[in-house]
Design a protein around this ligand. Structure first.
Ligand code: 3SL
Ligand code: MG
Length: 238
């Protein structure tokens, strides 16, 4: 199976992804939060790119719709939820529509929205995702959201974790150079949290006091849920 890793979503476009199964990775924290919202029973998550769009959408949809997201990692005034995955409890999100606007993760999803399928990947659903991906005969694109237009080592780590997970399932992986780098980084950093803690976005979230989120986002293989984006919304594929 061919695996192409895009270290930043802006490096990808419809032409490059034409035949691919696309997995969007924003390990810290949007894809982990989306996974958690779906796992906790949200009807769907609607990713949008701007705060204005989020507010307008809620106005149009009315009750049962929650606004979630962040700017510079911080919750947004007037929104119901921030972007801490641990905020997305069943009590908050079950049977609700969550409209989400984040700085990088939701932009990455919207950037590739013409692709099919688009899956949301996190470390928490890594094994379930690998089991599904192993069955495809199409090339796979691991699309890292990045941070503020730059590469983000936490996403590269996630791409490496998926490649390594596929190998564990004995998939024959044909990886590009970015995939090679990602897998090696994953293998080293999973044994050395100090290295992971040097990542820029990791440090930023730690400085904002989101230590619990960091622990949560780096937990592996604890969710069987696979969120799937189609027709402008993310729902549970399985
Ligand atoms: O960029 C994003 O989409 C967010 O996940 C960033 S943050 O972790 O909430 O700061
Ligand atoms: Mg991120």
């Amino acid at each position: 199976m061919r695996i192409d890793v895009f270290a930043n979503y802006a490096d990808a476009n419809d032409r490059k992804l034409r035949d691919h199964v696309v997995v969007v990775l924003d390990i810290l924290r949007a894809s982990t939060s989306i996974l958690e919202a779906i796992e906790m029973g949200a009807d769907c998550v609607i990713p949008v790119t701007t705060l204005e769009e989020a507010v307008a959408l809620r106005r149009a949809r009315g009750g049962g719709t929650l606004l979630a997201g962040e700017r510079e990692g911080k919750p947004i005034d007037g929104f119901d939820l921030g972007n801490s995955p641990i905020e997305f409890t069943a009590a908050r999100v079950q049977d609700k529509t969550v409209v989400m606007a984040t700085t990088n993760g939701t932009q990455a999803i919207k950037h590739v929205e013409n692709c099919d399928p688009i899956l949301i990947g996190a470390l928490r659903n890594r094994r379930a995702l690998c089991e599904l991906l192993k069955q495809t005969d199409r090339p796979i694109a691991l699309l890292c959201a990045g941070t503020d237009g730059d590469y983000s080592a936490d996403d590269i780590y996630g791409a490496g974790a998926l490649i390594n997970g596929l190998r564990t399932l004995r998939a024959r992986c044909e990886i590009d150079d970015m995939g090679l780098v990602a897998e090696q980084f994953y293998l080293v950093a999973r044994e050395d949290r100090e290295l992971l803690a040097k990542c820029r976005h990791y440090r930023r979230l730690a400085a904002l006091g989101f230590q619990d989120d960091l622990e949560f986002c780096f937990e592996e293989d604890v969710s069987e849920v696979i969120p799937h984006y189609a027709s402008h919304q993310i729902t549970r594929l399985r």
